[in-house]
Design a binder for this molecule. Structure first.
Ligand SMILES: [Mg+2]
Ligand SMILES: [Zn+2]
Length: 239
């Protein structure tokens, strides 16, 4: 007996990929945490590390974020879209933020540099790629997001993908998107952000991928400046 065909009304397999710093949240988590821990809090610690965990988590819960982005995550989850965080930050910061925002269950994977607190309470971060170099000329040694995006396309087999990004590290995965996909690219003016690395590379001189082909974005590009823009684009994507 053959398996029954899927109902015609089965939801589209949609995948949302969120960059974290300056995309899902509205700050750089690495520098935000350091700035907030210094100097008034640091002075209270017995050693540079002790007490770091609690203070760090407390700050992470108050990280700047567009409320509309959090609403967009909830809407996408309700629409049964798969959601991934793909970030060059680290697991500890992102997990803490998502848990405190009550959004952890909306994401099937957090893909980023591995981090953990050692026995002294110090946060140690390891590069995402360990072992042989990834060889992508578009990306830093520790993480090629394009390599990850190719894996996500194979694993999730999405009919459509929406990628939210702002930085130069989002260019490589943007080039892996297909023409039916959507790239949300942060663009000025969008304070307090002052550098728009993804937009710069989209408009910059030609770049070449590892296989020698031109690094080009064929997906539809939608610029965003605010959480309202992100929510509107994702709501549209989910229809
Ligand atoms: Mg970013
Ligand atoms: Zn790459």
């Amino acid at each position: 007996m053959t398996a029954p065909l899927k109902a015609a009304s089965a939801p589209l397999r949609r995948l949302l990929v969120w960059d974290y710093d300056w995309s899902l949240i509205n700050t750089n988590s690495d520098t935000f945490v350091v700035e907030k821990l210094r100097p008034e809090l640091m002075a209270r610690f017995d050693s540079p590390c002790s007490g770091g965990w609690t203070a760090l988590m407390d700050r992470q819960m108050k990280v700047p974020v567009f409320e509309e982005n959090l609403l967009a995550v909830r809407r996408a989850a309700e629409a049964e879209a798969a959601q991934i965080v793909l970030s060059d930050a680290n697991t500890v910061f992102i997990e803490a933020f998502l848990q405190s925002a009550g959004l952890r269950s909306c994401f099937s994977e957090i893909i980023t540099n591995a981090a953990e607190f050692n026995s002294d309470g110090c946060l140690r971060v390891r590069p995402f790629h360990e072992g042989p170099p990834h060889g992508c000329p578009l990306c830093p040694d520790n993480l090629c997001k394009g390599l990850v995006l190719r894996r996500l396309l194979a694993d999730y087999q999405p009919q459509r993908v929406l990628y939210v990004g702002d930085g130069g590290g989002d260019f490589c995965p943007a080039c892996e998107l297909r023409k039916e996909d959507v790239l949300l690219c942060r663009a000025p003016p969008s304070p307090p952000l002052t550098r728009f690395g993804l937009k710069r590379r989209l408009e910059g001189p030609p770049e070449v991928k590892q296989d020698g082909s031109a690094a080009k974005v064929v997906a539809r590009v939608t610029e965003w400046q605010s959480g309202e823009d992100v929510l509107a684009a994702i709501t549209d994507f989910l229809v």
